[in-house]
Design a protein around this ligand. Sequence first.
Ligand code: SAM
Length: 209
Amino acid sequence: MVKFLVGITQRHGNKKDFIMNDTIEEEINKNWVQGHFDFDQRDYFIELLTRHKPKYCLETGFCSGTSSITICASSKPEKMISISLARNNMETANALKDTYNFRLIEGDSTKVLIDKFFETEYENGIDFYHVDGGHTYEIVKHDLVSAYNYMNDNSIIIVDDYHSNVCNLPEVVMAVDEFAKENNLKVEQIRTDSGKGMAKIVISKVLLK
Ligand SMILES: C[S@@+](CC[C@H](N)C(=O)[O-])C[C@H]1O[C@@H](n2cnc3c(N)ncnc32)[C@H](O)[C@@H]1O
């Protein structure tokens, strides 16, 4: 199992990368409302997404919108949808809608994420999927299983609160491990300096054939 301690001090790359990332940070911070998703996670997402450059992004769990802002600013995706139950920061949701190819769908992911949704909204598949909605075993498992067939080759799934020091959620761990085992996928455990844990799963469909 690989662990990463991710923080602003551990950045690497040339000067151009730093300038680019600093600009993205400024872009993100314009709409930042500190909530569940923290600065270390923000920096991890910036590193990952500026490298990976996903075009088609999906998320469950909008809430304050800080993870959505980070995904939009780092990827400039052709499509990004976040699905979340009501009581979201609508000021941020509207700002993202005006600035990026972003849409918030207020609803229950276990009802929204069905084949018809993916066939209509993601005809080109999904490149990046952030699972951060309901944190029960059933919801996390549903969110993962329902999207799996629509994930592109070399796409990435990040599941929040996987083996987290800050938020110990055994049901999240159980759902992720079971999903990975059923689909023969490797789970990389990410741990930020702040103690947040995340699961990173790379979907390599070519290798699986
Ligand atoms: C941990 S918060 C997400 C934090 C968010 N990523 C951020 O950056 O602020 C989880 C969110 O998921 C929502 N949620 C819970 N169960 C859900 C479900 N079944 N479908 C969609 N959203 C759900 C909650 O209402 C809450 O807004």
